[in-house]
Write a protein that binds this ligand. Sequence first.
Ligand code: NAP
Length: 280
Amino acid sequence: MAADQTYKLAGVMGWPVAHSRSPVIHNHWIAHHGLQGAYVLLPVQPEQLGLALRSLPVLGFAGCNLTIPHKVAAMRLVDRVDPLARSIGAINTIVVEKDQSLTGLNTDSFGFIQSLLDAQPDWRADAGAVAVIGAGGAARAVIVGLMANGAREIRLTNRSGAKALDMAQEFGEPVRAVPWEDRHEALADIALLVNTTNQGMHGQPPLDLSLHQLPGNALVSDIIYVPMETPLLIDARQRGNPTVNGLGMLLNQARPAFDAWFGMLPGITPELRAKVHATF
Ligand code: NAP
């Protein structure tokens, strides 16, 4: 171990937080790279969030991740919010700066885009129209990522249509709201389909979406990771479409946070995938 290397702490703040896979991911990288440090669970009740965040520098933390229910509330409590995180409307990573101030980032867009690139290295956001199903928090990160990478047409459809309309108005071109009842037809001539709803998740019914209009070469992404292969992805695979599950987004969103705290962008190995997969 290098003599000048200091012990670094990071963690995930949430309420509840015990279910988080982040300790498995970050502690794997800490051990793999022979670093001195630890990534811990930080159960913090919503009313204690401000105090907990201000304690990070005092306790020697390099930063932390945020999960439910803190991702939006923390934006008002940090010293600065990165512009990409501001457009997503949530922060999932906090970095303690040298002067002890707190910067909020959101790495979910990076995680999503990188998961597509891992599956198809020549994937391009401007290759054709994209259909995004769902207009919740995760959809915002997906859309911001697609826009930042040059997507030219994003068809956004949501069960509660007003939310898709509001989001399309907020983001402007290239996002266009499509009525929920027209979602099946919205798949005609697209290059990418993304499910950002919870439909198909363990304990939920499959997403109610017919793939009959989907072009045979369109990439199909489901950001759900439990189960790893949702009914949507099974359906797409059986039609011969290439597919991407949500594990890649989960693993990739952790990489820039680790880089910000520990000073290196770690990789995703089959060993790490297997380790995280084993926790489901
Ligand atoms: P959210 O903000 O609560 O949004 C939920 C979305 O699901 C909304 O669009 C909602 O539509 C839709 N929905 C719920 N029930 C539905 C139904 N019966 N039929 C059609 N649509 C329905 O949740 P979120 O944070 O965006 O998360 C959504 C999913 O993404 C979850 O499964 C989560 O695990 C996954 N996720 C994965 C990652 C990753 O790293 N892979 C990261 C974040 C999230 P309404 O507006 O009509 O309610």
